[in-house]
Design a protein around this ligand. Structure first.
Ligand code: ATP
Ligand code: MG
Length: 535
């Protein structure tokens, strides 16, 4: 203010000086000459000078001084002219001074009013502009947080693992807030009360924050301990202005310079349970930013849901894993049981029946010829025993063909296919291509059982006339392909969760990191391709 008003003040002083000098000069002129007609009018020039100051007070002073000097001059100047002329002259001077003064004052007051109006207008424009700027900044802030929520929602819905999702979110938040370091902690399980470093980071400059990263990754936090512990306890965002000066920031004591100053953390919440904490650091000390804390509290709820979803997915996955293991174990037990029963039926029952047959033949021979009706009975019994031996052998074969254990998969499939052909009249053709097809007994059993299931399906559903099967090995993968020329399986049937036979086939193959692909073409047939790893 002083700097602005000083030049005006200086200028006014100059006008006052000029005015004073002119006044003295005119007065001297006035009093040295006879009371003349023209001199009185000169006093108005003093007043005119005061107009340059553009100041109301100066105009009054100029007008009053001019008036007083006109009157003083009248009394002091030597006589010479007619009194009425002098009086008229001086009265007109005073009239001129006050007429101009009134007009000027009127104009100045209008000018001032106008200036006040303009000032008011400018003030209101200024206020409006700053209000507009403020709302604009708020709007920008709000739209940035909306964008952040959107980005977090997109990242959270990614079907990737939890750590990848958290990493993506850390990056988004750091970029949004302009903080160079972001790190996440998670509860190792739902019952735990300690936060473990998730070892998921956003680091603007990894080498610069290496010490801090190492220290953080080695430090778990209980309730109330350090920044994550405080968030865990309060279940609210927490802010530390300067971690190096904070009594409850253990990591600052572990190194001379951890490279960070202000710290901020917020909880990942499922309902009221804190399941994780995200923390962020800046290289400069900073006062709490309430708006940011509010936004991050909401982001924490959003991310809590993501953790919950991932936990649920992990639960489902582990329960699926357990079910799969159980299925595999049951299949193994079933196979062992089949092998044992097949062996017992074949070795013991068939053996006993053979002995019985021998004994009956001896008895038959011992009988005298005239005992014909009895011999008839023994002959009938012999036929019955023979049939029973065949049935028992067939049961044993069906349970577990010894050919699989003795001669291997190739022979077992050939045998099973020709048996199928004999029984059903559907042509069976089997070709084996080059490659290392030596498989252990477990893998052979898996392929053989899946093959049997495809034959059963063809018989039950395909209405086929021909079956073509091939087997080959390439790069450690053994592929058995069975094609029929029947009605063709539909796509929805291959994907139907109720197709338990197909599901069983897939589950069996999965044990050996394999898979089963089933494709059908309407009225042209179905092809089942089974891949398993040889070792
Ligand atoms: N070779 C095939 N040709 C035409 N349709 C087939 C063939 N194999 C399977 N399907 C169709 O796929 C469905 C599912 O087969 P899946 O083996 O899972 O069940 P299923 O044979 O009906 O019953 P099961 O559980 O006793 O095996 C069958 O019901 C049948 O409609
Ligand atoms: Mg089936």
């Amino acid at each position: 203010m002083t700097t602005l008003s000083d030049p005006i003040k200086n200028k006014n002083i100059i006008y006052v000086l000029i005015g004073g000098l002119v006044a003295i000069a005119i007065l001297l002129l006035d009093i040295s000459m006879p009371r003349g007609v023209p001199y009185g009018i000169l006093y108005s020039s003093i007043f005119l000078i005061s107009l340059f100051t553009k100041n109301k007070k100066s105009i009054y002073i100029g007008a009053i001084t001019g008036t007083l000097l006109t009157i003083i001059g009248f009394f002091m100047s030597p006589p010479g002219v007619e009194l009425w002329q002098v009086l008229t002259n001086r009265s007109l001077t005073i009239l001129t001074i006050w007429t101009i003064a009134t007009l000027c004052l009127f104009q100045y007051s209008n000018f001032e009013k106008m200036r006040a109006g303009q000032d008011e207008l400018e003030l209101s424009i200024y206020q409006r502009t700053s209000e507009l700027n403020k709302s604009n900044a708020e709007l920008e802030k709000e739209s940035a947080s909306v964008q952040l929520h959107k980005d977090i929602a997109i990242a959270a819905n990614e079907t990737k693992g939890l750590k990848i999702t958290l990493e993506l979110c850390l990056k988004k938040i750091c970029t949004h807030a302009g903080w160079p370091v972001g790190h996440a902690y998670l509860l190792p399980d739902q019952t735990s009360s300690w936060l473990e470093p998730a070892k998921v980071w956003y680091l603007e400059n990894p080498s610069r924050f290496d010490t801090f990263r190492k220290i953080s990754e080695a430090t778990p936090f209980g309730p109330g301990m350090g920044l994550p512990g405080r968030v865990l306890l309060s279940r609210k965002p927490e802010w530390i202005k300067d971690v190096t000066k904070d009594a409850n920031f253990p990591r600052a004591q572990l190194a001379e310079n951890i490279g960070v100053k202000a710290g901020f953390g917020f909880p990942l919440l499922i309902g009221k349970q804190v399941v994780g904490v995200m923390e962020f650091f800046s290289t400069k000390a900073a006062e709490p930013d309430r708006d940011m804390m509010k936004v991050m509290a909401e982001v924490g709820i959003q991310l809590g849901r993501t953790v919950e979803r991932h936990w649920a997915e992990a639960d489902i996955q582990s329960s699926n894993e357990r079910l799969r293991k159980l299925y595999q174990r049951l299949e193994m037990i079933r196979e062992e049981e089949r092998t044992r029963i097949a062996r017992e039926v074949h070795d013991e029952l068939a053996q006993m029946l053979t002995t019985l047959k021998l004994e009956l033949s001896l008895l038959d021979k011992k009988m005298v010829d005239d005992n014909a009706p009895l011999r008839n009975d023994t002959q009938m019994m012999l036929v019955l025993i023979n049939n029973t031996i065949q049935t028992v052998k067939k049961i044993a074969m069906d349970l577990r063909p010894p050919i699989l254990d003795d001669l291997g998969l190739h022979e077992a499939i050939t045998w099973q296919g020709s048996e199928f052909e004999k029984r059903t009249g559907i042509n069976f053709n089997f070709e084996v291509y080059s490659g290392n097809l030596e498989l252990d007994i477990e893998r052979s059993t898996t392929l053989f059982r899946i093959f049997q299931e495809t034959l059963t399906n063809i018989l039950r559903h395909a209405k086929a006339k021909n079956i073509n099967a091939t087997m080959k090995e390439k790069d450690g993968t053994v592929t058995l392909q069975v094609s029929d020329d029947g009605i063709g399986i539909k796509l929805d049937q291959t994907l139907d969760v109720k197709s338990l036979g197909l599901l069983g086939m897939r589950e069996r193959a999965l044990v050996w990191q394999g898979d089963v692909d089933i494709e059908g073409v309407h009225n042209q047939g179905t092809t089942v391709t089974i891949n398993i790893q040889r070792v």
